[in-house]
Design a protein around this ligand. Structure first.
Ligand code: 3PG
Length: 378
């Protein structure tokens, strides 16, 4: 692959800065034990076994979002499998002192790197200057953030010997084998700016994204949650894209609302409503199932509804089952969709590839150069 790996060097006793992606679902302030955390655990444990001094750097959420929170709970979750100490600092005196104190085979997790403005200013900055002096190696094991030109992803390889982590390598190796031809894209979740890049060929929309597509076309749902409104800046671009692909895009024809804790489905014609949408409805699923049956290659990204709540898992479950039974070559993308799979008890083995990445996968498959990977090559 042209990258150096952890097997190319004897890392014993070396101070290593390990970038992982443990960005996980957060509900009511509680961080869930995600697949991303589980795969990060493997690399951390492996490095500890090799007597490395491991400093883990990672993010959770984006500034302003409801899941933008500390990594303290992530440290507790990781510690269930392999001991790691949480340090509520990133580059201040406390962090530096903890980094210097580390012994062979020990690991610490620094606070959410996106708490620092330096993370978003990937020019020569304080974080780079301080860490460049402290570490023998930098390992990027976070393919899912490689599409971001952010300090912890792209800057350290310029100053510290950089290696590709085992999870990153696994993901790139799998994606290299995939060629998108005449695909059916099932685009859900909320990351509209990523989904827009996949709007080619046939597209079925669902999740928050499905609602956004309707809103882009001028539809009024009535009550809308605050989160959805933060996505409105993309509407003009989305409308343009929808108009461009014309008949090849399908949008949900009915939705499930939450009314007094119950699931109530209503067709599009019955909106506006005072209640919020949590899933796509049965009629939509039936139409999507037919499309899925005819597809040869399917990429689904993001969930069809709020899969964290049992009564709103229906859309996601039925669509996933249809994909699993379709015989098409199938890829599932995005952290939340892979989480949903575990929650729904559907085996990963029913799909050709289940990725923990969303935006990075989209960028990779659409032929873009990923800044994080480019940095590792240099
Ligand atoms: C993801 O969830 O896809 C990654 O953690 C990257 O997160 P971001 O889209 O907030 O950069």
């Amino acid at each position: 692959m042209g990258y150096k790996t952890i097997d190319n060097f004897n890392l014993k006793g070396k101070r290593v800065l390990l970038r992982v992606d443990i960005n996980s679902p957060v509900f009511n302030g509680k961080v869930f034990l995600s697949n991303r955390i589980k795969v990060a655990v493997r690399t951390i444990a492996e490095l500890k076994k090799r007597k490395v001094r491991v400093v883990v750097i990672a993010h959770q959420g984006r500034p302003g979002d409801s899941d933008f929170t500390s990594l303290k709970q992530h440290a507790n979750l990781i510690s269930k499998f392999t001991k790691i100490k949480f340090v509520n600092d990133i580059m201040g005196e406390k962090a530096i002192s903890e980094i210097k104190k580390l012994k062979n085979g020990e690991a610490i997790l620094l606070e959410n790197v996106r708490f620092l403005k330096e993370e978003f200013e990937p020019s020569k900055n304080k974080l780079v200057a301080r860490f460049s002096k402290l570490f023998d190696f930098y390992i990027n094991d976070a393919f899912s953030v490689c599409h971001r030109d952010q300090t912890s992803v792209t800057r350290f390889p310029k100053f510290i010997k950089a290696l590709a982590g085992p999870n990153l390598i696994k993901e790139v190796e799998a994606l290299k084998k995939i060629r998108i031809k005449r695909a059916l894209f099932i685009l859900g979740g909320s990351k509209a700016e990523e989904n827009i890049l996949l709007m080619e060929g046939k597209v079925l929309t669902c999740g928050i994204f499905g609602q956004l597509c309707h809103i882009a076309k001028g539809f009024n749902f009535g009550s809308q949650n605050k989160f959805l409104k933060t996505k409105f800046s993309i509407l003009p671009e989305l409308k343009k894209k929808i108009d461009e692909i014309g008949k090849n895009i399908k949008m949900p024809l009915d939705f499930a609302l939450k009314i007094k804790g119950m699931r109530v489905e209503i067709p599009l014609e019955k909106f506006p409503s005072n209640y919020e949408i949590y899933d796509v409805g049965e009629r939509t699923v039936k139409i999507y199932e037919k499309e899925i049956k005819q597809a040869k290659f399917i990429l689904m990204k993001g969930t069809a509804g709020y899969a964290e709540e049992k009564i709103f898992q229906k859309g996601t479950r039925k669509i996933l089952k249809a994909i699993a039974n379709s015989g098409a070559f199938s890829i599932l993308a995005g952290g939340h969709l892979s989480e949903a799979l575990s929650k729904l008890g559907i085996s990963e083995s029913k799909f050709n590839y289940v990725s923990l990445s969303g935006g990075a996968l989209v960028a990779y498959l659409s032929g873009k150069k990923l800044p994080g990977l480019e940095a590792l090559k240099k």
